[in-house]
Design a protein around this ligand. Structure first.
Ligand SMILES: *Cc1c(COP(=O)(O)O)cnc(C)c1O
Length: 542
């Protein structure tokens, strides 16, 4: 019967959470998050798990029947959390900061709840328009030129999933632009593949690996150029020479990716001289400021932007990641171009089902990147900027810069160490003087202890340790704590080296067999690589 049927058929096809259950568990989830944030200090910053740990604790097959929310959350706490690296932990100094201010978390929640797929203006007008608005806000906040703003009618900004996407999309646009130009010049014998294989892009050897990857994806050779040995940035002169040589070899230079704030050591390319070369030689100039871009809300740091603002012709496109250093959750990477036509003309495909009556006079962001579908990401940016005010964000950046200087002063006072590069932002790089091996050993010991998390990098072939300020509320105490951990491990290593050196000398005096003698000497030489191998001073000397 009818009634029998309706009794058997539930009024929703799935038995999972309804709106009232969501109201309850959603509030529980906020509580869980708050407890997590408050418990960070007691957790170990990096987890103590081996590869494959989760497979051993969770079922390999999905449940056939619905499970209780409580039992899911229990597994989160018992198994998932056990393998989480705590990026928001006050002892986390690896990579770069990953913003997660509360207003940003809430912007993410609301965006998820609206469940919008904002590929065009018509697909959700607010999504397109708020994105345009916050991109203009960000341009104004970070001292970008007027022509990067939608307001200008010339260029504009768009959110991409990552800096890697921004750089790929830009390289594709520059490639299309160059090929179009060649086509106009060689109308009679234009064969795309022939010219494509001659295109060449440039960046410094310290540029992010995503430039190389973008080159691989777009079938473009990328020449990685030497950077200045002192300030660790690419100079216009180096670029000029590379362009000339490549032209002599029949290549077609078309694109440069300059970096402000390299990943290894936050150094900056010399934008002013690079943009001059680009203008003279007709190259597309892109700037990758993934990390450092957020700092340009502070007037006193904008001197690195020389070359961006001078004239309309200077920089063609520019990206930075508010999800690194502006307290906004991943993902949020912004890209500006000075000529929006050049970007979109490499991306436009226009099937009927995506056209709408306002197509001709609104911005459809599906033409500004690779994916069609787009999340409502601008909410979290808008929430954060309004909640903190630009002045609040400046205070956050300045606090990290000040603490970086404090950490730098600690390193300077310990003559076992040397600084690498200059401290402009919230990152300090240092190493054990003259020794890759000791630097590597030291950071390994520290990370293994679980007391602190840092990562290494290489600059000028030297192994370095990066100390990044990450936590939103980082304090002087945190810097002193970190320095103390580093110093304690360094002291242990120094003592071991001293003992080893004494022992070697003794062994030599007692003249045990000659083979043993040589072996010991080599061991010590290795531990103090680059040192003079002198038995008394060793490389831990001082
Ligand atoms: C982090 C970083 C990137 C890569 O960022 P994604 O958004 O993860 O692709 C690129 N360039 C620089 C300078 C970076 O620091």
């Amino acid at each position: 019967t009818l009634s029998g049927n309706s009794a058997k058929t539930p009024n929703r096809p799935t038995a999972a959470m309804d709106v009232e259950e969501f109201r309850k568990h959603g509030k529980d989830m906020v509580d869980y998050i708050c407890d997590y944030m408050k418990s960070l200090q007691e957790r170990q910053v990096i987890p103590d798990v081996q590869p494959g740990y989760l497979r051993l604790s969770l079922p390999a097959i999905p449940p056939e029947q619905p499970e209780a929310w409580e039992s899911i959350m229990k597994d989160v706490e018992d198994h998932v959390m056990r393998g989480v690296t705590h990026w928001q932990h006050p002892r986390f100094h690896a990579y770069f900061p990953a913003g997660n201010a509360y207003p940003s978390i809430m912007g993410g929640m609301l965006g998820d709840a609206l469940g919008i797929v904002g590929f065009s203006w018509a697909a959700s007008p607010a999504c397109a328009e708020l994105e345009m608005l916050v991109l203009d806000w960000l341009a104004k906040m970070t001292h970008m030129p007027h022509h990067f703003q939608h307001e200008s009618g010339l260029g504009g900004g768009v959110m991409q999933g990552s800096a890697s996407d921004s750089i790929l999309v830009t390289m594709l646009a520059a490639r299309r632009d160059k090929l179009n130009q060649i086509k106009r010049e060689h109308a009679n014998d234009f064969e795309e593949g022939k010219f494509l294989s001659r295109l060449v892009a440039y960046c410094s050897k310290l540029a992010h690996s995503c430039v190389e990857k973008a080159g691989m994806i777009s079938c473009i050779q990328v020449h990685q150029l030497d950077y200045h040995p002192d300030y660790l940035g690419l100079q216009g002169r180096t670029l000029q020479l590379a362009i000339e040589e490549d032209r002599r070899n029949g290549l077609i230079p078309f694109f440069v990716c300059a970096v402000l704030g390299t990943t290894a050591c936050a150094s900056c390319d010399d934008l002013e001289s690079i943009t001059q070369v680009c203008q003279r030689e007709g190259l597309w100039c892109h700037v990758d400021a993934a990390y450092a871009g957020s700092a340009f809300i502070c007037e006193e740091l904008t001197y690195f932007l020389r070359g961006v603002e001078v004239s309309r012709r200077n920089v063609d496109s520019y990206n930075f990641n508010p999800n690194k250093w502006m307290l906004i959750n991943f993902d949020c990477s912004v890209l500006w171009v000075r000529d929006k036509e050049k970007l979109t003309s490499s991306m436009i495909v226009d099937p009927v089902y995506l056209q709408h009556k306002h197509s001709s006079n609104v911005v459809d962001f599906r033409h500004w990147g690779i994916p069609l579908s787009r999340r409502f990401r601008s909410l979290k940016v808008w929430f954060v900027i309004r909640s903190y005010g630009v002045e609040g964000l400046r205070r956050y950046i300045r606090n990290h810069c000040m603490l970086a200087k404090l950490f730098e002063s600690q390193v300077k006072r310990d003559n076992r160490f040397e600084l690498v590069g200059q401290v402009h932002f919230g990152l300090v790089c240092f190493r054990w003087k003259d020794s890759n091996a000791l630097t590597q050993y030291l950071i390994r010991q520290i990370n293994d202890s679980g007391k602190l998390h840092m990562i290494p990098a290489t600059v000028k072939g030297q192994y370095i340790i990066r100390f990044a300020l990450c936590s939103e509320h980082a304090k002087e105490e945190d810097v002193f704590y970190a320095w103390n951990v580093i110093k304690t491990h360094a002291d242990e290593i120094s003592t071991t080296i001293k003992t080893l050196n004494m022992w070697t000398k003794q062994a030599f005096r007692n003249s045990i067999t000659k083979e043993v003698d040589i072996e010991q000497e080599e061991d010590v030489g290795d531990a103090g690589e680059g040192g003079d191998g002198g038995e008394e001073s060793g490389s831990a000397g001082g």
